[in-house]
Design a protein around this ligand. Structure first.
Ligand code: SAJ
Length: 418
C-alpha cells in the first residue's frame, strides 16, 4: 500500500525525535528534522549523532547519505509533523509546556489543509486539545478537530513514545503504540503513519486516554521501584539482605518486585508521575509518595557513605579516598540527566577531607559541575586504592568485580558485588 505521507517533519531531534526521524527515513520517507539547537542540526546534516544509542549512528548516517534525512532550525512544509520536544516540570512540579507551545506555534506557519500533527512528548491530559487551541490561534484560516470534528482541515493525535533508552531502535519497531486521535479519523491517519515502521500493534483510542496511558506506564514503574527502594531501607534497618529477600519473594508465582538502587533518574520516570499529581493532587497519594520515596533514596545512600567515612577516619589520618562506580542514570548508557548517581557523587566530592574518584566508562570527561573536586578514574586503579568503593550504577564493566576484590569498605547500592 502506498503511504500518503511522502514528507514528514520531526520537531525536536533528541533521544526520541532523532531515532524516529531516522527510522522513517530508513523506510524511504523524506524526513525534515527540526531543532532549535544549531549543533544538533549540523551534526545530523553531517550524518553524525551527539548522543549514545546503539545502532542510531548507523541509521542516521545511512539516511543522510541517501538523501532521506536532513535537518534545519526552521520548520518547512510537510505532510505530517511529529512533535517530540521536552516537557520538563517547573516550580512546584508543575508541567512546563512552553516547548510544546513554541513547537506548535512554529509549525503553524507552514501548515496546510490535509496535514496531520502528532504529539509524542509526555504530556498532561488535555495537552493535545491545548495544542489544537494554539494552532487555531495562529491559523484562523484553517479548521482543527475541536472546531470541525471529522471535517477538520488539520488532524491532531497524541501517540506517546514508549522506547527504552539503550534499546530504542528495536523498540521503535517492535513496541505496540497507543494512538489517540482527537477524532477517530485523526487516529486512523496517525496509525497509517506509524505503520510505515511499526511492526507492533497500533491501537486506536482518544487523545486524552493516550496521554494518561503514558503517564500511567511510567508511574506504575516508579511506584514499583519505590516499593523496592523502601524495602532496601527497611531490610538495612533489620540487617537483612534485601537482594536475597527480593529474589526469594519473586519465586512466588504472582510476585515480581523490581530492584532497589540509589534512586530513580532519567527524564521520564522521575518526572512524569508529577504530571498526574499536579492534575489530581487530592487523589494521587500513592503516586506522590512513591516519588518522595525515590527522591529520598540518594540522601539515604549519602548517609551510609558518611558513616563509612567516619569509620575510616578512626583507622587512618589524611584524606579518605572514595571511589564512585558509575554516574549515569542507568546501566550501559552515557546519559547523566537527572542521575541520582551523579547527585550523590557531586555531594561527596564537596565534603572536606574526601578525595573523590569517579569511574564512569561511558564518558571521557567529568561535568564542569564537579568544579575540579573529583578525578575521572579507571576501574582497576580505583578498586585497589579506594578506602570506600561506592557502586552506584550496574554497568556491565563493573559486574565482573567481586566484593573480595576491594581492600576497603564496599557500599553496593545495586547488589551486584554481593
Ligand atoms: N530503576 C531502578 N530499579 C529498577 C528499574 C529501574 O532503580 O528495577 C531505575 C533506573 O536505574 C533509572 C530509573 O529507574 O534510574 C529509570 O530507568 P528505567 O529503565 O526504568 O526507565 P527509563 O527512564 O530509561 O525509560 C522509561 C521506560 N518506561 C517504562 O518502562 C514504563 C520507557 O519504556 C519509556 O519510554 C521512557 O521511560 C520514557 O521515555 O518515558
Amino acid at each position: 500500500m502506498k503511504s500518503e505521507f511522502k514528507t514528514v517533519s520531526v520537531i525536536g531531534l533528541g533521544y526520541i525525535g532523532l531515532p524516529t526521524a531516522a527510522m522513517l527515513a530508513s523506510r524511504k520517507v523524506n524526513v525534515i528534522g527540526v531543532d532549535v539547537n544549531e549543533n544538533a542540526v549540523q551534526a545530523v546534516n553531517r550524518g553524525e549523532i551527539l548522543i549514545t544509542e546503539p545502532d542510531l549512528d548507523m541509521v542516521v548516517s545511512a539516511a543522510v547519505n541517501q538523501g532521506y534525512l536532513r535537518a534545519t532550525t526552521t520548520p518547512e512544509k510537510a505532510d505530517a509533523f511529529i512533535v517530540a520536544v521536552p516537557t520538563p516540570f517547573c516550580d512546584g512540579h508543575k508541567p512546563d509546556l512552553s516547548y510544546v507551545e513554541s513547537a506548535a506555534r512554529s509549525i503553524a506557519k507552514v501548515l496546510e489543509k490535509g496535514n496531520l500533527i502528532i504529539l509524542e512528548s509526555t504530556s498532561p491530559v488535555t495537552t493535545t486539545d491545548q495544542m489544537a487551541g494554539w494552532l487555531a490561534e495562529e491559523r484562523p484560516d484553517l479548521t482543527f478537530p475541536h472546531q470541525a470534528g471529522e471535517d477538520c482541515d488539520v488532524c491532531l493525535a497524541y501517540c506517546p513514545e514508549r522506547v527504552l533508552p539503550g534499546r530504542i531502535m528495536q523498540e521503535l519497531i517492535r513496541n505496540d503504540r497507543v494512538v489517540g486521535g482527537m477524532t477517530p479519523h485523526c487516529s486512523r491517519r496517525a496509525i497509517d503513519l506509524y505503520k510505515i515502521f511499526v511492526d507492533g500493534a497500533c491501537i486506536e483510542t482518544s487523545s486524552r486516554v493516550a496521554e494518561m496511558c503514558k503517564l500511567v506506564e511510567n508511574s506504575f514503574r516508579d511506584v514499583n521501584i519505590a516499593f523496592a527502594n523502601e524495602l532496601s531501607m527497611i531490610c538495612d534497618e533489620l540487617s537483612i539482605d534485601v537482594w536475597e529477600t527480593i529474589a526469594l519473594a519473586n519465586r512466588h508465582p504472582r510476585v515480581n518486585i523490581l530492584q532497589p538502587g540509589p534512586g530513580v533518574g532519567g527524564h521520564c520516570i522521575a518526572v512524569d508521575p508529577w504530571f498526574i499529581v499536579s492534575q489530581s493532587p487530592e487523589q494521587a497519594k500513592l503516586i506522590r509518595t512513591a516519588r518522595e520515596v525515590n527522591d529520598s533514596k540518594p540522601e539515604w545512600v549519602l548517609g551510609q557513605v558518611v558513616q563509612a567515612i567516619a569509620k575510616v577516619r578512626q583507622q587512618k589520618d589524611g584524606p579518605v579516598k572514595v571511589a564512585c562506580f558509575g554516574l549515569a542514570f542507568k546501566p550501559d548508557i552515557d546519559d547523566l540527566r537527572e542521575s541520582p548517581a551523579l547527585q550523590i557523587a557531586k555531594t561527596l566530592s564537596m565534603l572536606d577531607g574526601v578525595e573523590m574518584t569517579a569511574v564512569e566508562p561511558f564518558i571521557s570527561e567529568l561535568p564542569e559541575s564537579f568544579s575540579g573536586k573529583c578525578t575521572l578514574g579507571k576501574t582497576s586503579v580505583a578498586q585497589k586504592s579506594a578506602d570506600i568503593a561506592l557502586l552506584l550504577v550496574d554497568h556491565t564493566e563493573f559486574r565482573s568485580l567481586k566484593r573480595k576484590d576491594f581492600p576497603g569498605i564496599v557500599i553496593d547500592t545495586k547488589g551486584i558485588w554481593d
